[in-house]
Write a protein that binds this ligand. Structure first.
Ligand code: NAD
Ligand code: UDP
Length: 315
């Protein structure tokens, strides 16, 4: 099988490249490196079954080799990144989804769209089930990401209904792990960088907002299982173990053996107050649930950041 992964040089995308290669697929990583990093795929460059196409998927592309699977993961994903690149974010969610769906139609390939828990916005239903339609501020700063992903879901369903493409939609909840960018502004790299260096840890708001953190290896397993199922409605993938961001800061500080102080900074606009996936659907359809607990996942991630920071003189 030949599998195309847009955003293949990103954090999640590069782990998907590893997994599909391990399963014996030929893998093409398509990326324009707007937030991705060549280091993430450096270990794959000598693999004859792996290749990279440098391209912005918001522009159409023709790929002559027959594709069996297309996973559309290209998009800035960190709030800092998508606020830095609002228009490319809207374009890749809209035009990039259209172009990658067009490829799937032409190649008769299975398709999987990486949607997000952000389509639930600042949710009024807790935990979030797939049947909840969400509470998004369309014109707020986060709207560029949320609405692009909502459009991407709608487009994916339209291609399924109209063109009978074998589509799949996952709604990914906060996922962390090795190969996140140290400076992408998300809470895990920020807290780890600060704690390891003994610098103040920046807690936004009063820290009572919640998130539920999933290790990337669990996410990848769920994606692999869904791609081959005859199921086309959205599926939440995430770890339902919810934590306040204040407690999370304390956990990371203690894992790092750090004496960093916690400093309070303003809460970004429209920052969701609570987020936790209801994963009943994933359990039922995929027989999937996360197996890496937060402590284990954070230890692995911290070891990665420590090594990287040492290598680049930051520690
Ligand atoms: P990331 O920034 O590490 O990876 C995104 C990749 O997409 C990067 O390599 C980037 O260069 C590439 N890219 C962006 N725009 C592109 C374009 N127009 N053409 C080609 N390549 C492009 O982020 P990530 O955390 O790995 O996220 C991957 C996907 O998963 C994204 O679609 C994101 O929305 C989704 N997601 C991630 C999370 C999470 O917690 N990590 C949560 C919800 C959804
Ligand atoms: N956050 C924080 N300090 C930071 C970075 C993030 O307190 O240095 C908070 C942020 O306000 C949010 C949560 O951590 O409530 C998760 O933020 P992230 O950017 O990782 O992802 P989000 O879930 O908001 O998309």
């Amino acid at each position: 099988m030949r599998t195309l992964i847009t955003g293949g040089a990103g954090f999640v995308g590069s782990h998907l490249c590893d997994r599909f290669l391990k399963e014996g697929h030929e893998v093409i990583a398509l990326d324009n490196f707007i937030t991705g990093n060549r280091d993430n795929i450096a270990h794959l460059l000598d693999n004859p079954k792996f290749r990279v196409i440098v391209h912005d998927i918001s522009n159409p592309i023709e790929i002559p080799d027959l594709l069996d699977n297309i996973l559309h993961f290209a998009s800035p994903a960190s709030p800092v990144d998508y606020l830095d690149h609002p228009i490319p974010t809207m374009k890749v969610g809209a035009l990039g989804s259209h172009n990658s769906l067009g490829l799937a139609k032409r190649h008769k390939a299975r398709y999987l769209f990486a949607s997000t828990s952000e389509i639930y916005g600042d949710p009024h239903v807790h935990p979030q089930t797939e049947s909840y339609w969400g509470n998004v501020n369309t014109i707020g700063p986060r709207g560029v990401y949320d609405e692009a992903k909502r459009f991407g879901e709608a487009m994916t369903m339209a291609y399924h209904r109209e063109h009978k493409v074998d589509t799949h939609i996952i709604r990914i909840f906060n996922t962390y792990g090795e190969r996140m960018q140290l400076n992408d502004g998300r809470v895990v790299p920020n807290f780890m960088y600060q704690a390891l260096r003994g610098e103040p840890m920046t807690l936004y708001g009063d820290g009572s907002q919640t998130r539920s953190f999933c290790h990337v290896s669990d996410l990848v397993e769920g994606i692999y299982r869904l791609l081959f199922k005859d199921y086309h409605e959205p599926v939440n993938l995430g770890n339902p173990n919810e934590v306040t961001i204040k407690q999370f800061a304390e956990e990371i500080r203690s894992l790092a053996g750090s004496k960093s102080e916690i400093v309070y900074k303003p809460l970004p606009q429209d920052d969701p107050k609570q987020r936790k996936p209801d994963i009943t659907r994933a359990k039922t359809i995929l027989g999937w649930e996360p197996v890496i607990g937060r402590e284990e996942g954070l230890k692995r991630t911290m070891a990665y950041f420590q090594e990287r920071m040492k290598r680049t003189g930051k520690l």
